[in-house]
Write a protein that binds this ligand. Structure first.
Ligand code: NDP
Ligand code: 8X3
Length: 251
């Protein structure tokens, strides 16, 4: 049996694809998310490959984060790999029209949630002088785009936290890596546009976007390097994407 990975946001998109590839490669996996029905379905699907545990909590709820992680059964308590993936964009409005609830959701989930889960797991990694944290940033954490304001700010924060974690955890031999995807077709745009499927589909119209499996494959590559190799920062875009704002919709 290989290492144990905890994946946040495992109920959809990049997180679910990551849980699948890790499970199929014999990693033990803890699946996290708020939608319990999806956690149960994924556990059922993956338990033929490996040992699976599920944790149902909202990363915004710090009490729930610590209670869930601190009460893991022994077999799932020593976590080698944390994939900080849970997150979303809420809204796409110019700053002057931004919705406060959307802003708070993005800041609370994408930044504070990532910090709570990391804070709950870092002590055990320090104690063992081993571990690997994968932070899912975004190209929105490397550049900004019109109306992306607060989402871009949260992903710039993930970029900064990734670099900071790498420095602060360096004395303890802990690996820290960020993966910054461009456009990946998941439920991301449906969440951003509050369930408007047509608007969401338009984001990917006329191009071949990344698929969640493309990113999952890269996460698997990153975690499976020899321990002395730390891939610190990776930007991955669809070939049709030239930058956050340049997209070739002819390909
Ligand atoms: P999805 O919407 O498909 O998945 C988001 C995941 O995050 C779900 O599993 C969801 O689970 C979880 N999540 C959201 N809010 C919370 C919360 N409050 N507490 C716990 N879990 C939560 O989107 P993606 O797979 O695309 O997004 C995954 C990550 O990738 C995000 O951090 C996103 O910013 C990033 N990203 C996405 C890109 C894209 O184009 N799709 C590009 C670059 C980065 P549940 O609702 O069950 O809680
Ligand atoms: C998600 C990709 O282009 O919407 O982080 O910012 S994008």
């Amino acid at each position: 049996m290989k290492k144990l990975a905890l994946v946040t946001g495992a109920t959809s998109g990049i997180g679910r694809a990551t849980a699948r590839i890790l499970a199929k490669n014999n990693y033990k996996v803890i699946l996290c998310g708020r939608r319990e029905d999806r956690l149960i379905a994924l556990e059922k699907e993956l338990k033929e490959y490996t040992k699976i545990h599920t944790l149902c909590f909202d990363v915004r709820d710090k009490k729930a984060v610590f209670e869930n992680i601190n009460s893991l059964p022994t077999e799932f308590s020593e976590i080698d790999i944390l994939v900080n993936n849970a997150g979303n964009a809420h809204g796409l409005d110019p700053i002057q029209n931004g919705n406060l609830d959307d802003w708070e959701a993005m800041i609370d989930i994408n930044i504070k949630g990532l910090l709570y889960v990391s804070k709950a797991l870092i002590p055990q990694m320090i104690e063992r002088k081993s571990g690997h944290i994968i932070n899912i940033g975004s190209t929105a954490g490397k550049e900004v785009y019109p109306n992306g304001n607060v989402y871009c700010a949260t992903k710039h924060a993930v970029d900064a936290l990734n670099k900071s974690m790498k420095m602060d955890l360096n004395p303890y031999g802990i690996r820290v890596s960020a993966i910054h995807p461009g456009m990946v077709e998941t439920e991301f745009s449906e969440v951003r546009f509050k369930g408007d499927k047509d608007k969401a589909a338009n984001v990917y119209k006329g191009l071949k976007p990344l698929e969640p499996e493309d990113i999952a494959d890269i996460i698997h590559f990153v975690v499976s390097r020899p321990y002395h190799v730390n891939i610190s920062d990776l930007v991955v875009m669809a070939t049709a994407q030239g930058s956050a704002t340049i997209v070739n919709r002819e390909t």
